[in-house]
Design a protein around this ligand. Sequence first.
Ligand code: C2E
Ligand code: MG
Ligand code: MG
Ligand code: MG
Length: 290
Amino acid sequence: RAKARGRAGHQLFTAQMRAEALNLITLERDLRRAVRDGQLTVEYQPIVALSSGEPEGFEALVRWSHPTLGPVSPVQFIPVAEESGLILDLDRWVLREACVRMEAWRREVPHAGPLSLSVNFSGQQFAQPDLCERVEEILRETGFDPHLLRIEMTESVLVQDSEVARANFGRLRALGIGLHIDDFGTGYSSLGYLQHHPVNVIKIDRSFITRMSASAESAELVRTMIGMARHLGLRVVAEGVESPGQLDALRGLGCDYGQGYLFSRPLSPGAAALFLQGARGPSSGHEVTS
Ligand code: C2E
Ligand code: MG
Ligand code: MG
Ligand code: MG
């Protein structure tokens, strides 16, 4: 990549070269190998309680460093994983990996308190009749508390409203697992169907938070979403919080949680552990037990 950048000298040319290199067939083959050979990693982005400023938990975000192309964004490879069916293994791998990591932090950074884990599940997961057994098995093997697990899905999963998905929601909720709606507002922008599903949290899409500071209309839209969520007994996470101004506005609107570069970028496991050490409890939070 460094070579390509040096030779081309132009960001655009590099982007085009990359786009060409990332053709579907090659990408699918390489991704299959990556899942199998453990080339994927997970980063952890804190989700912060706006009232206290303390981290409530982490969202696990998958990362892929391609052997020759370098880092490939999940925005590019998740669709490939979905088309090829690899997504089922990929999402479960991320869940297992993140549960193991969270259990290690629970032992090593006890003053951080109980931390939630949010994972992204593709819509395809909810069409699997054995989804719940698979998740339970991972929780049992890793020891992670189901009450601290949140599964994020997009609005489209609710709107499709299949019987299998509905049964899965009920069973996951019965285990104590939270169901969170990701990128809220980008899909169908109707809160009506939320009433008919056991959803716990909406995550307001970054695009609304970004526009909030510049447009009174967007700020009003965010206010409306938070108000309706409250009315339905749901809590709210704001995605993509980047400025103190946005944070102030969201606090004023009674938003519960925030996630974004203002608090922290997604972190490698080592950096996330350091973030936790500094987050809560004694400033000398260096005692490591286990
Ligand atoms: P998402 O679930 O909505 O995750 C939030 C995305 O916004 C992440 O991008 C994160 O890095 C980015 N982000 C967070 N805060 C900010 C901010 O303040 N400003 C800006 N500009 N961006 C911010 P990322 O990691 O590239 O992931 C993109 C999407 O890929 C995710 O969106 C999710 O839909 C999908 N994804 C990631 N990991 C997985 C996975 O394990 N399984 C599945 N099925 N999808 C995943
Ligand atoms: Mg998400
Ligand atoms: Mg999101
Ligand atoms: Mg998103």
